[in-house]
Structures are given as structure tokens and as C-alpha cells.
Design a protein around this ligand. Structure first.
Ligand code: GSH
Length: 147
């Protein structure tokens, strides 16, 4: 099993999760700024082209930071990071979705469509006119408003 790793907050989150669990894995480093993650051979493994990904020994590639952490939690339960019973896990997943859907996705996309436009315009569908609204939404959503 190896972590396909790069610069950026999502790979860092997985590395922090692994560190808390005491998991050490070989890594394959991709140059995100050069766009190595947006072309084969990486996109053959993860068509979404984003980082990080976990490649299992049977060749399965798991992308999406939350899915990677859940896999590591299930395969190495101790120490427990996501919750030790159904109620704790559900509360953790509830907050994870709230933070991702209401705050971080808005802030990431606000950045990608403005300051990051030069880097992202050829990588993904960008909506520059939405940048200010997404940043404002990301800043207010922590109060619990999903409007
Ligand atoms: N939904 C994905 C988002 C991953 C993501 O946004 N990764 C960033 C790095 S933090 C990335 O690959 N950026 C470069 C790109 O999109 O080309 C996840 O949760 O893993």
C-alpha cells in the first residue's frame, strides 16, 4: 500500500491522520504545481485528478480524503479517531460533511476562481464571477447557516 502524495491541504490532512494513528507508508510524490496529477499515469488511477490517493496492494486506488481516512480507520482501528461507536461516528461524519460542504469547498473554489485562476483554469471548470460569493459564503457558514 502507498500514499500518492503532494503539496496541498488534503494530502496534509491524510498525513496528519496517519501520524496520529502511527501509520507509516511509502509515498509516491507528484508535482501538483506542474500538473502531474492532471495527466496519465495518475489520471489512469484516479480520473478525478486530485490529490491525494491511496493505492492498495491489490491495485485498488482510493481517492477522496474522507474515504481514505475511513479506510485507514477501519483497517487500523486503534487509536480511534473517527469514533468508537455508531453515535460518535455519525456525529463526526455530520461535522465533516458540514465543514466540507459549507466551508472548505467554498473557500477552495473561491481561491481557485480568483487568485488561483492561472493555475486552475485549464484543470477544471472555473467560474470567476462566483469567486467573491463563494468566499463570503465560506466565511459565514461556520455560524451554522446553510442558506
Ligand atoms: N474532494 C477531494 C479534493 C482534493 C483536492 O482538492 N486536492 C487538491 C490538493 S489539496 C488538488 O489536487 N489540487 C490540484 C488540482 O486540482 O489540480 C478530496 O477530498 O480529496
Amino acid at each position: 500500500m502507498k500514499l500518492i502524495n503532494s503539496f496541498g491541504p488534503n494530502p496534509r490532512l491524510v498525513r496528519m491522520f496517519m501520524a496520529e494513528k502511527g501509520i507509516e507508508l511509502p509515498t509516491e510524490e507528484l508535482d501538483l504545481l506542474a500538473g502531474e496529477n492532471r495527466k496519465p499515469p495518475y489520471t489512469d488511477k484516479n480520473p478525478g485528478g486530485q490529490m491525494p490517493a491511496l493505492q492498495l496492494d491489490d491495485g485498488t486506488v482510493i481517492a477522496e480524503t474522507a474515504a481514505i481516512c475511513e479506510y485507514l480507520e477501519e483497517t487500523q482501528p486503534s487509536p480511534t479517531l473517527i469514533g468508537s461507536n455508531a453515535r460518535e461516528r455519525a456525529v463526526g461524519r455530520m461535522w465533516q460533511r458540514r465543514v466540507e460542504l459549507n466551508i472548505t469547498e467554498n473557500i477552495y473554489n473561491g481561491f481557485r476562481y480568483a487568485e488561483g485562476l492561472g493555475l486552475f483554469k485549464d484543470r477544471m471548470y472555473c467560474i470567476p464571477e462566483a469567486a467573491d460569493g463563494l468566499k463570503a459564503k465560506g466565511k459565514t457558514s461556520w455560524r451554522g447557516s446553510t442558506a
